[in-house]
Design a protein around this ligand. Structure first.
Ligand code: C2E
Ligand code: MG
Ligand code: MG
Ligand code: MG
Length: 281
């Protein structure tokens, strides 16, 4: 698609391009401008319970680039992390998601939905992260009890004690935490015990393999059992088929997210999806 952009355009997605440094700088500038110009948006992917009822959504960021179209986060989150642009971007995501929850809050069809928001390690480690989130909660009027922040294990590469402190401070205000991509990173059962989590997410790489690879099946089952015995919630991500769902449900997994139940959707489509699934009673 970079080739379609024409010769004078910055082709930062072209893997053949020699000047990686120039490309990076260009992408950084584009990211910064994109943020100023409102080129980012959130999609909402349903999360469901064992009966298939929508219990919430995960907010997933996209970049609607004027030339390259819809750019997935894998193509810009890593650079945003490295360059520090993840801080204003993450703030925008948090603000937008909390604003949305505040709008849903008073609507019976949406007020009880949990909203999961991804928080990158660098964003989470900011000294004033707690203050920022609390200020946004106040400004937006979102219900903290419906907000779940998704963290990854890479957060544990730095001070675990300060991570625990940050989580505790936010938990005291009602927010919950979910450990994303569980089992793919820097896992330690000792940390899992210490972190004030409410839920762990079984990574989609294990979910994909439950019916094909006995080790993936064993890992998925173990994660469910582990969550259970630690008193944590558990959700499987990347559930694409009924067979996946049945396997996981059969082993006690109570919550699911994946294409089987719905792709990440624009706000209007998500709201329609929820309304269609829940006729007014
Ligand atoms: P994640 O948080 O683990 O999100 C799940 C990813 O799996 C999403 O990709 C989602 O679209 C995809 N997915 C969901 N169901 C299925 C399925 O059934 N099959 C398959 N194959 N994939 C499925 P997406 O939206 O491209 O996001 C990728 C990653 O980018 C996210 O992984 C998250 O780490 C990061 N990300 C997304 N939004 C944000 C954000 O607002 N802030 C930060 N810091 N990171 C974000
Ligand atoms: Mg996530
Ligand atoms: Mg994940
Ligand atoms: Mg993932």
């Amino acid at each position: 698609r970079a080739k379609d952009a024409g010769r004078d355009t910055l082709c930062f997605f072209d893997p053949d391009m020699q000047q990686a440094v120039t490309r990076r700088a260009a992408l950084e500038t584009e990211l910064r401008n994109g943020l100023r110009q409102g080129q980012f948006l959130l999609l909402y992917q349903p999360q469901v319970d064992g009966e298939g009822r929508v219990t919430g959504a995960e907010a997933l960021v996209r970049w609607r680039h004027p030339v390259h179209g819809m750019v997935p986060p894998a193509e810009f989150i890593p650079l945003a992390e490295e360059s520090g642009l993840i801080l204003p971007l993450g703030h925008w995501v948090m603000d937008t998601a909390l604003r949305q929850q505040a709008r849903w809050r008073t609507d019976p069809a949406f007020g009880r939905l949990d909203l999961a928001i991804n928080v990158s390690p660098r964003q989470f480690r900011q000294e004033n992260f707690v203050t920022q989130v609390l200020a946004l909660l106040r400004e937006t009027g979102a219900d903290p009890a419906r907000i779940k922040l998704e963290l990854t294990e890479s957060l544990l590469l730095h001070s675990v004690d300060s991570a625990i402190e940050t989580m505790r401070a936010l938990r005291a205000h009602g927010l919950g935490f979910s450990l994303d991509d569980f089992g793919t990173g820097y896992s330690s059962l000792n940390y899992l015990k210490r972190l004030p989590l409410s839920q762990i997410k079984i990574d989609q790489s294990f979910v994909r393999g439950v019916l094909l690879d006995p080790s993936d099946a064993a890992i998925a089952r173990s994660i469910i059992a582990l969550a259970d015995s630690l008193g944590l919630g558990v959700i499987a991500e990347g559930v694409e088929t009924e067979a996946h769902r049945r396997f996981l449900l059969g082993h006690g997994c109570p919550a699911f997210q994946g294409y089987l139940f719905g792709r990440p959707m624009a706000l209007e489509a998500f709201e329609q999806h929820v309304r269609a699934a829940r006729p007014d009673r």
